[in-house]
Structure formats: structure tokens, C-alpha cells
Design a protein around this ligand. Structure first.
Ligand code: SF4
Ligand code: SF4
Length: 450
């Protein structure tokens, strides 16, 4: 309840206008808008003007499942008008914490923070956790990851990918790669591809065998004590490094945004997504790509993961609100910073020769979620996959042959939905695509620190 009380100003700033239920589809004048019905959403007109945007509200229909409903519930809880009980839990958990609502809100209400705080308050009040969340919590307490893989097997992918095991726990390295549980135990191809690429550009990195789950799933579902324990273990482990690199959007968000929020202090290390580093090298002309015959003529599209996309855009905004003396003027700088931020993956994609890049209608801050986050994939698999399938419909509408992303969790969910509903659009991580098709023609590395 403490965190919910801390967010009181945000909660009372909500005027219940419900603007956060809708988002504008990027380019309504584009040819073909509204024509594509989709493999999954056969009945719906998908891309015309102002669209229903909250994945939870689309799936469940009732306002209580939307952010406007949840913030109103938070307010009623603070007012003592309703109890934190199972009825509240039922509507606040099927939410991906995607932050699309936060992006739409003109009153700068920190909706994701409120939803997470509401979940923590519900558990504190004695309402049982969702069963799958409890299951994952139990597994993680034992093995330090939510997948149940053995702790000692966390870095098995190094050998499996043919990477020299000397990379493990290197004493002299200043840069560590935070692998994350999904890439370590499930999408090992992404971990292998990331390290190979970083090595190819000449970066001296290490991987730490004692790394534990970043805690993201537990921050999201209100299991704050588990999340803090994992956070403290990682902070102790990584504090000797100058920089920590990531390939997972969720881990990156958690170490960069959540850790300082919960410790009240800046991290002692810089954080950077591997994508930023590669994009810098591309911009500086230090990496060149070559064609691959299997990719020539293909059309790719890009899915912005919520955790590396708008969660950072919102983070930049709230940092600015806290620091600025002249918000009106500074917002221009913010807009530029956000614009540059979303260009990072696009800089790499546009540099890939022989490939056409078609953007979907809803992109960047207004991007529709993949459906995996916020504890939803574990607890509400159908809602999760339906959301991913709605996103793949959007990729179909721009005639994409391949969907790219930069998060193993998005990759997993979108790939599963692609298989379930036969969209025929394979999903790749950008770095994975580069590694799989051996697309680097030449590289000279002098990577910049953030
Ligand atoms: S969170 Fe913002 S957009 Fe949503 S109902 Fe409240 S004030 Fe309106
Ligand atoms: S975070 Fe996403 S799923 Fe949750 S209420 Fe907001 S828009 Fe809906």
C-alpha cells in the first residue's frame, strides 16, 4: 500500500477522460489503411484513425480491465470506498503493463507504476497471488530463473554456441553482457548471436555465471520482495563493471529504470542495449552489411518491444518533469531524444542491403504490444497469444515476409502466435538475423560508452 500512497498525486491527476483507451493509427492517409482484415481479426477494420488500443480492453470488453478503470479503482482504494479483494485482482492482472495507456495520457499519469503498485497492494492485503505467478515465484526462489532450468546450467548456451568459455567471469573485462533468463534457457540463439556479434566488432566482454533473473516478472506482478532480492544479488555482482550490455528488452528496462527506482540511487554502471552499440557503429560507418540471397527482395517490418520502446520514452519524460525549470521549452529536446531513441533499431534495419523495410501502421510510442509481459503470458496464455496475433495481422497488412524485434520474450510470443494462427511471418531478433545470415561485411570497433 505504501507505493500506492506514494503515487497518490498521479492517481488523483486522472480525470477519467478515457483517452487512454484509444491511440491514433500512425498514418491514416496511407494507401490500404482499413482494407486488411487480418488472419486473426477477420471481422475488424484494423487501421483507420483513432483505434481502440488497450489490449486488455479489446480482449475483455469491460472498462474495468482498461487503465481508466484500474486508476479509478486505485483512487477508490485510497478513498476507502472499496476493499482490495479478489474482484479487484480479477481485473487488474489481465494487463500486459504495456504502457500504451501511459503514452496516450495527456495528464502524464504514471499508469504502469500505478498498476504495479495496485497489484502489490492486493497481495499485501492477503488476496492469493495468481496460481502461475506463485508457481514461477517458487521456481525462481529455488533456481534464480522463472523457467526452472538449473542454476548451474544458466550459461550452457556458451558452449552450445561454440563460444570460447574463457568469456565466463573474465577478471579484466570492463563490460559485462547481461544474458537474461529467456535467452539463457529458452531463446539461446539470441544469446549466442549477441555475443558473436559483439566479439566480431572487437568488444572485450564477459558473461557472469552468477547472474540471476533481473526480477522483471516480479516487479510487474507485485511480488516486490522476490524482485528486490534478485535486484540486490545482481547489483552486488555487476557493481565492478563500467557497463552492462543487454539483448533483452525486459532486463534492460528493469536494470535501467526499476533498479534506481527501488534503491533510490543511481546504478554504479552504465547500461546499454546491444542494439544501441551496433547502431552507433553503423552510423559511424564502422559496420557494413552485405546481402544474402535468401533475404534479397524480402520485406521486413519491425515490432517495437514496449520495454525498450515507450517505457524508455516515458522514463525520459518523467526524468524531464522532475528536473526541468521550463518544461515547455525542454519538451522540444525531449521530442528529439525520443525520436532518436526509436531510430536505433531502424538505423540497423535500413542499413541491411537487399531488404525492403515497411513500417506497420502503429509504431514507436503507439506500437501495439506483443502480449507477453506483465505476467500475462504465464497466467492468461490465450489473451497473450491473441494479442500477439493481432500484432501479426498488422504485419500482414504491410505485406511483411519477416517480422523483426529486439526482445527474446516478444520473439517467443509472436513466434508462438505465428505458429498457432498460420500468419506465415517468421520472427527474428535483429542481431539474430544478422548472425543467422552472416550479414556483416566488415567491422571496425571503437564502441562508444553511453
Ligand atoms: S489515465 Fe489519463 S487518459 Fe486515462 S482516464 Fe486518466 S486522465 Fe484520462
Ligand atoms: S498497460 Fe496496456 S494492457 Fe494494461 S491497461 Fe494500459 S494499455 Fe491496457
Amino acid at each position: 500500500m505504501e507505493r500506492l500512497k506514494e503515487l497518490k498525486t498521479d492517481i488523483y491527476r486522472c480525470i477519467h477522460c478515457k483517452a487512454c483507451l484509444f491511440a491514433y493509427s500512425g498514418e491514416p492517409s496511407r494507401k490500404g489503411v482499413g482494407e486488411h482484415k487480418g488472419t486473426f481479426g477477420k471481422e475488424g477494420v484494423l487501421y483507420e484513425g483513432m483505434l481502440r488500443s488497450c489490449p486488455a480492453q479489446i480482449e475483455y470488453g469491460w472498462e474495468a480491465y482498461s487503465n481508466a478503470g484500474k486508476v479509478w479503482i486505485a483512487r477508490a482504494v485510497l478513498e476507502g470506498e472499496i476493499e482490495l479483494d479478489e474482484n479487484v485482482a480479477e481485473v487488474i492482472y489481465p494487463c500486459i503493463t504495456c504502457g500504451l495507456c501511459e503514452e496516450q495520457c495527456e495528464n502524464d499519469v504514471r499508469t504502469v507504476d500505478i498498476i504495479e503498485a495496485l497489484r502489490a497492494a492486493v497481495l499485501e492485503a492477503g488476496v492469493p497471488a495468481r496460481d502461475k505467478h506463485d508457481l514461477v515465484d517458487g521456481i525462481t526462489k529455488k533456481e534464480d530463473n522463472p523457467y526452472g532450468g538449473k542454476k548451474v546450467d544458466r550459461m550452457n548456451w556458451v558452449e552450445e554456441a561454440g563460444i570460447d568459455p574463457k568469456i565466463l567471469n573474465k577478471k579484466d573485462a570492463k563490460i559485462a553482457y547481461f544474458v537474461g533468463c529467456t535467452a539463457a534457457y529458452r531463446q539461446k540463439n539470441i544469446a549466442g548471436a549477441t555475443v558473436k556479434l559483439l566479439q566480431k566488432v572487437g568488444l572485450d566482454i564477459t558473461v557472469l555465471t552468477e547472474e540471476v533473473c533481473c526480477g522483471s516478472p516480479f516487479f510487474r506482478v507485485g511480488k516486490t520482495e522476490t524482485a528486490k532480492r534478485l535486484m540486490n544479488d545482481n547489483l552486488a555482482l555487476f557493481s565492478n563493471y563500467d557497463m552492462v550490455l543487454f539483448s533483452c528488452a525486459g532486463c534492460y528496462r528493469t536494470l535501467t529504470i526499476d533498479y534506481p527506482k527501488w534503491t533510490g540511487e543511481k546504478n554504479t554502471f552504465k547500461t546499454m542495449h546491444a542494439m544501441e552499440l551496433i547502431a552507433n557503429l553503423v552510423s559511424e560507418g564502422k559496420i557494413e552489411f552485405k546481402e544474402h540471397k535468401d533475404l534479397v527482395g524480402k520485406t521486413v517490418t519491425y515490432h517495437d518491444p514496449c520495454h525498450t520502446g515507450r517505457h524508455f520514452a516515458e522514463h525520459f519524460k518523467h526524468e524531464l518533469i522532475a528536473e526541468s525549470d521550463n518544461l515547455f521549452m525542454d519538451k522540444r529536446k525531449l521530442n528529439k531524444k525520443v525520436e532518436d531513441w526509436f531510430e536505433v533499431p531502424r538505423t540497423i534495419i535500413r542499413a541491411l542491403p537487399g531488404i525492403t523495410f515497411n513500417e506497420m501502421y502503429r509504431i514507436k510510442q503507439d506500437s501495439f504490444c506483443c502480449g507477453a509481459g506483465g505476467g500475462v503470458r504465464a497466467q492468461y496464455p490465450e489473451f497473450s497469444l491473441n494479442t500477439a496475433s493481432r500484432r501479426l495481422d498488422e504485419a500482414e497488412a504491410v505485406k511483411a515476409d519477416i517480422m523483426l524485434t529486439e526482445c527474446p520474450f516478444c520473439w517467443r510470443n509472436l513466434s508462438d502466435a505465428n505458429d498457432r494462427d498460420n500468419h506465415g511471418i517468421p520472427v527474428y531478433g535483429i542481431l539474430e538475423l544478422i548472425d543467422t545470415y552472416d550479414l556483416i561485411k566488415g567491422a571496425k570497433a571503437t564502441p562508444k560508452k553511453k
